[in-house]
Design a protein around this ligand. Sequence first.
Ligand code: 5GP
Length: 191
Amino acid sequence: EPLDELIAGLTVDIPDHPEPGVVFRDLTPVFADGRAFRRMIDGLAAPGASDPRAAALAGPAPHPPGDPGFDVVVGVEARGFLLAAAVALDAGVGVVLVRKAGKLPRERVSADYALEYGTATLELHTDAIRPGQRVLIVDDVLATGGTLGAAIALVEQLGGVVAAVSVVVELAALAGRQRLAPHTVHALWTT
Ligand code: 5GP
């Protein structure tokens, strides 16, 4: 079964949540299904592998055997933590947390981003990324791209190199992909 169909089949649409007119995609059943979770983690770790265009263009493997192509995985609070931890463990690399403002106890960098009403702030410990480290950033949903845009800004502020941005679901109508350009987003399901 194609991965996008598996994810789509398990995702539950919640109309008018959290406010009228918004259809919230509830991915928790995808996380709860062992087979889907396995495939989702594999897909996030292999940017482009689930994209037939990328696969067609792939050519020789870009990384030596045993090198996943990233040195650390960044997860965005909160569902991104679950994804990042599993991807990192599988790849044999560490996991780093991008958290909402006020949660990280030590020296940190901050990035503000726009919400529909007002702004929010994401933070990252200053010593969490070393200059030149290749970073895979993961989250569950790409909507407007504000959240991932802030995560990218934090990683780059510390000298990290964004190797890839992977999401489970891309809500194409909200044009997050365009907002994150020139970074490429690898989505397991685009809807
Ligand atoms: P953005 O900043 O791209 O507009 O929104 C993305 C963030 O909001 C992600 O961290 C994601 O968890 C959350 N989000 C936005 N829309 C949805 C949705 O429909 N379903 C889920 N599960 N999360 C969403």
